[in-house]
Write a protein that binds this ligand. Structure first.
Ligand SMILES: [Zn+2]
Ligand SMILES: [Zn+2]
Length: 57
């Protein structure tokens, strides 16, 4: 089971690793594409769309 950064698609072994990575590597300015359902931000429209596909049942 891998945890993947939704911004750059890097893999991490645990969720804390992803969170810490995003704090370090990705600033809020990089989250300009917002999901209107859960308010999460994404660096690219592609990443946002991919997330939207994942959350849509
Ligand atoms: Zn990342
Ligand atoms: Zn969402």
């Amino acid at each position: 089971m891998a945890y993947i950064c939704n911004i750059c698609n890097e893999n991490y072994r645990n969720l804390v690793g992803v969170i810490e990575h995003q704090k370090m590597e990705h600033t809020k300015e990089e989250t300009k594409y917002k999901c209107d359902k859960c308010k999460r931000g994404f660096a690219t429209k592609e990443a946002r769309n991919k997330h939207r596909n994942n959350v849509t049942n």
